[in-house]
Design a protein. Structure first.
Length: 275
C-alpha cells in the first residue's frame, strides 16, 4: 500500500493538473473570443485604433523665406524628410527653381505673399500687395503670383501687418484664393489682423500660426519655442509653427524631428488640416 506521504503527493499532483487544465481551457476560450472580435473589426479599423494610441500630437511646420538662397541651407531643408510646408517668396532668383525642387521631393509648397507692413520695407515690388492699390491691381498681382509658382497649394503672408488688417485687401485676396481652391494661413504679424475671419466668411480654408519658432537666431531659444509648439499640440491635438530658411533653424530641426517622430509626434502638411 502507498504510504501516507505518497498519497499526499498524488493528491497534490492531481490538484495541480486540474488547475492547469482549467487555466488551459480559460486561455482557449479567451483566444476564441479575441478571434471573434478581430473578425468583427475590418483591418483598417484595427490600424486606426493602433494609430490613435500612438500619436502624441500633430505638428504643422511652415518654413518661410525660400527663394533668396540656393545653398547648403536650402538643400538641408529639402533633406529633412518630414512633411513640412515650404513658403516661397515670389520674384527672387531661386523662387521658381526651389518651388519646383521642393514639389518634386514631396514637400508642400505655398506662396509667401509680400504684403504691406506698418514698418517701412522694400523688395518684391512686382508682387507686394499695398493698401493704396485698386482692387483690380491686387487681383492682378494675385493672379500673377499663382502663375509664377504653379506648385503652390496655398498662401501665407510675408510681413503684412497693415494689409492683413485691411478688409478690402483681404476680401480681394480671399476671392482669388477661393477661385483657385487654395488655402490661407495667417502668420499673425499683428493682433489687428482680420485675414482669418475674412477668409472664413468667403469659404476659404484658413488657419492661424500658433508659434513663431525663430524670431531669434539662437538654438536654445528656437528649441524653447519648439517646446511651446509641442505643448500646444499635446493639449489641442495639433499646432502650427512658423520658422524661416536659416542655418540655426535647420540645425534644430535636423536634431529634433527624428526625436519627435520617435516620441509619437506626426508632422503634417497644412493641407491635411482640411481633409
Amino acid at each position: 500500500m502507498p504510504s501516507k506521504q505518497n498519497s499526499i503527493q498524488i493528491y497534490v499532483i492531481i490538484a495541480l493538473t486540474a488547475v492547469l487544465l482549467i487555466l488551459a481551457v480559460r486561455l482557449l476560450l479567451l483566444h476564441r473570443e479575441l478571434q471573434e472580435v478581430k473578425k468583427e473589426l475590418a483591418p483598417e479599423d484595427v490600424e486606426e485604433i493602433v494609430e490613435e494610441k500612438s500619436i502624441a500630437g500633430e505638428l504643422t511646420i511652415i518654413v518661410d523665406d525660400f527663394g533668396y538662397r540656393n545653398d547648403e541651407v536650402s538643400d538641408g531643408f529639402l533633406s529633412l524628410g518630414a512633411n513640412l510646408t515650404f513658403a516661397v517668396i515670389p520674384g527672387h532668383e531661386h523662387s521658381r527653381s526651389f518651388a519646383k525642387k521642393a514639389f518634386e521631393k514631396g514637400y508642400e509648397v505655398i506662396v509667401h505673399m509680400p504684403m504691406e507692413s506698418h514698418v517701412s520695407s522694400s523688395g518684391e515690388e512686382e508682387f507686394v500687395l499695398n493698401t493704396d492699390m485698386t482692387s483690380s491691381e491686387i487681383e492682378s498681382r494675385m493672379e500673377k503670383v499663382i502663375a509664377h509658382l504653379p506648385q503652390a497649394v496655398g498662401m501665407n503672408n510675408h510681413q503684412g501687418s497693415k494689409a492683413t488688417g485691411n478688409k478690402r485687401v483681404m476680401n480681394v485676396v480671399g476671392s482669388v484664393l477661393k477661385k483657385y481652391k487654395k488655402y490661407f494661413v495667417d502668420s499673425r504679424t499683428t493682433p489687428e489682423s482680420i485675414a482669418g475671419s475674412m477668409m472664413m466668411s468667403l469659404g476659404v480654408h484658413t488657419a492661424n500660426r500658433d508659434v513663431f519658432l525663430d524670431n531669434e537666431a539662437d538654438p536654445y531659444l528656437i528649441n524653447k519655442q519648439l517646446d511651446q509648439l509641442i505643448s500646444i499640440a499635446q493639449h489641442k491635438g495639433s499646432a502650427i509653427g512658423v520658422g524661416h530658411a536659416r542655418p540655426m533653424t535647420l540645425q534644430v530641426l535636423q536634431k529634433r524631428i527624428p526625436e519627435l517622430e520617435k516620441a509619437g509626434f506626426q508632422f503634417k502638411f497644412v493641407s491635411s488640416l482640411y481633409k
